[in-house]
Design a binder for this molecule. Structure first.
Ligand SMILES: [Zn+2]
Length: 156
């Protein structure tokens, strides 16, 4: 993995955006598997992008940097998904929430709780699990997804 300098504030060089850099989904999940939750932050307007993007979707700037994120945050929206992706089919309905992390970055993810037990404002903590240790069907559409860690929020 590219060791992106977190102090970089100028526009990204093309070399910074390799296939396995944190600015791609595979790179993001590689970092997550190592226990690092990373977001991109725009140094122009302070927008967080999670998963990271090489350009800001707030202002269009390419002056973005990678920052490690806290795993704790607060539910700001949630819903129930009756037909989740096939790997999670047997867990349906699943609860999915938009969580605002304590850094203000927002991440959508499954909540390990039933819909009735979740309320806006609930504190949650992100857990990262090895796919093999989780009771899911590893029948993914894309082979490289098999190695991606499973992230889930737990109520704290
Ligand atoms: Zn921006």
């Amino acid at each position: 993995m590219t060791d992106t300098d977190s102090t970089t504030t100028g526009p990204l060089a093309p070399d910074d955006i390799t296939a396995d850099s944190p600015f791609t989904l595979p790179g993001f999940f590689d970092a997550l598997a190592e226990g690092r939750l990373v977001a991109a932050r725009c140094t122009e307007c302070d927008e967080h992008m999670l998963p990271p993007r090489p350009a800001c979707y707030g202002c269009g700037s390419r002056a973005v940097t990678i920052e490690e994120q806290p795993r704790t945050g607060e539910v700001i929206s949630y819903t129930s998904v009756n037909r989740p992706p096939s790997a999670f089919d047997h867990l349906a309905p699943i609860t999915v929430a938009v969580v605002e992390l304590d850094s203000s970055a927002r991440l959508t993810g499954r909540v390990d709780a039933s819909l009735e037990d979740v309320t806006i404002g609930d504190r949650v903590e992100l857990q990262v699990r090895d796919p093999e240790s989780v009771d899911i069907d590893l029948d993914f559409d894309l082979s490289y997804e098999e190695d991606w860690p499973i992230h889930v929020f737990e109520l704290v």
